[in-house]
Design a protein around this ligand. Structure first.
Ligand SMILES: Nc1ncnc2c1ncn2[C@@H]1O[C@H](COP(=O)(O)OP(=O)(O)O)[C@@H](O)[C@H]1O
Ligand SMILES: [Mg+2]
Length: 266
């Protein structure tokens, strides 16, 4: 696997091998009596696509939010480009700007156009001058093939288009990594495809991503590693083929069987 990646260095659209972008070590998140994340360690290297999946309530969103430092872990450490974000005195706003986050429930400001939604962060967080913000926002819309919709308001866009604007908003900040928390699960099945196509395009460009998703064909095609979470713990992890052929844990086997059955029914 490592060798394969090395060969891809320098090839157009190919993946690069490089350093660890985002990492957590022995991460825990506890809410009162609920242990949402239990001793999770993982790392995402440059160009990697990690796919996290697991039953509802297994801690996927909590883990993603801890990795982006949108919530503070109870125990354990998070590192972004080698910098520990969980020690006191870190400029978290600066760190958060380097981690793009796409939410399950799309939220865009309704009084702003697609372009306006993207420009906002560029102006407020990155403090870019107006022209530069506009240029960068348009470029981001191009990446998700939404430039023609730049001046439309969220209400004039389909759910899939709104989610693509959400992805463009994350991309526009030139983050080191994009974390997507079930980006298609709030969409009708017919709108899921266009968002998955967008993610596939980003994958081809070598974008570093951590995706929470149950879109199994997509996972099989693009993920470098799949991580199965249950009850806050990593139960099993490995290359996609492992899960599609012979997961070693009973829990992963049962969950995969259920997912595959659901996909067939759709
Ligand atoms: N802010 C919170 N306060 C209390 N409990 C929470 C909070 N967020 C999540 N939980 C609990 O943590 C567990 C994991 O939730 P979550 O990370 O949302 O799982 P998933 O995304 O896999 O569905 C659940 O039991 C959930 O009820
Ligand atoms: Mg969730």
């Amino acid at each position: 696997m490592g060798e394969q990646k090395k060969e891809a260095v320098g090839t157009p659209g190919g993946r690069r091998i490089a350093d660890i972008i985002l990492e957590c070590r022995n991460l825990w998140k506890i809410y009162g009596k609920i242990v949402a994340v239990k001793d999770v360690s993982l790392e995402v290297k440059e160009g990697d696509i990690k796919l996290i999946f697991g039953p509802s309530g297994s801690g996927k969103s909590t883990l993603a939010r801890c990795l982006a430092m949108l919530t503070t872990p109870t125990k354990g450490d998070v590192f972004l480009m080698g910098e520990c974000l969980t020690k006191p005195g870190v400029d978290l706003n600066k760190a958060r700007a380097k981690i793009g986050f796409v939410f399950q429930h799309i939220w865009l400001f309704h009084h702003l156009s697609a372009l306006g939604n993207i420009e906002l962060g560029l102006r407020r967080v990155l403090k870019l001058p107006k022209n530069e913000a506009r240029e960068q926002a348009i470029q981001a819309l191009k990446e998700v093939k939404m430039e023609e919709w730049a001046n439309h308001f969220p209400a004039q866009l389909s759910g899939g288009q709104q989610q693509r604007v959400g992805i463009a908003r994350a991309l526009a900040m030139s983050p080191e990594i994009i974390i997507l928390d079930e980006p298609t699960s709030a969409l009708d099945p017919e709108l899921t495809g266009e968002v998955i196509d967008t993610l596939r395009d980003l994958a081809k460009k070598g974008t570093t991503m951590l995706v929470i998703s149950h879109e199994m064909p997509f996972a099989r095609e693009v993920a470098d590693e799949m991580i199965f979470l249950d009850e806050g713990m990593i139960v099993e992890r490995g290359q996609p083929e492992l899960f599609f052929t012979k997961p070693s844990s009973e829990r992963a086997r049962r969950f995969m069987a259920r997912l595959i059955k659901l996909t067939r029914r759709e």
